[in-house]
Design a protein around this ligand. Structure first.
Ligand code: IDP
Ligand code: MG
Length: 140
């Protein structure tokens, strides 16, 4: 078990409903430490690049429109097995399939407006963190 970092986004559906604090409490309750955090309104180009792996998926355009529909909170989370720990507290992509107590079960509106993003591997976490934060922004 190693201390690692992962990248998280509180999505526009959640900032619109003023859920940043409640989601942060869930993250902290799962043993994750918020070591960097900033509120940003992504441009279309930023969202397209961030979700580039999904470019060919049928929901890509809608996803970019959604992610640029309001401010988001970008975060770096640190903790034991942070990537997996965050995926666990997030819950399944589709809130209909998300386990009790997870962020998506409690807060998500739909499979698209599902309140949070979390990196799916340590390698992708490093890329995603570097996309939004300088090393000096992260205070562990
Ligand atoms: P994840 O966020 O659980 O890792 P991904 O498959 O990486 O799920 O999809 C990225 C994001 O794209 C999801 O969080 C969700 O906002 C959106 N998305 C995924 N699948 C669908 C879909 O079938 N319809 C609409 N939006 C989707
Ligand atoms: Mg994903």
């Amino acid at each position: 078990m190693a201390i690692e970092r992962t990248f998280s986004i509180i999505k526009p559906d959640a900032t619109r409903r003023n859920l940043t604090g409640k989601i942060n409490a869930k993250l902290e309750g799962a043993g994750l430490r918020i070591v960097a955090q900033r509120r940003v309104w992504m441009t279309t180009a930023q969202a397209e690049q961030f979700y580039g792996v999904h470019r060919e998926r049928p929901f890509f355009r809608d996803l970019v429109t959604f992610m640029t529909s309001g401010p988001v909170v970008v975060q770096v989370l640190e903790g034991e097995n942070a990537v997996a720990a965050n995926r666990e507290v997030m819950g399944a992509t589709n809130p209909a399939n998300a386990a009790e107590g997870t962020i998506r079960k409690e807060f998500a509106e739909s499979i698209e407006a599902n309140s949070v993003h979390g990196s799916d591997s340590a390698e992708n976490a490093a890329t995603e963190i570097a996309y939004f934060f300088a090393g000096t922004d992260i205070v562990g």
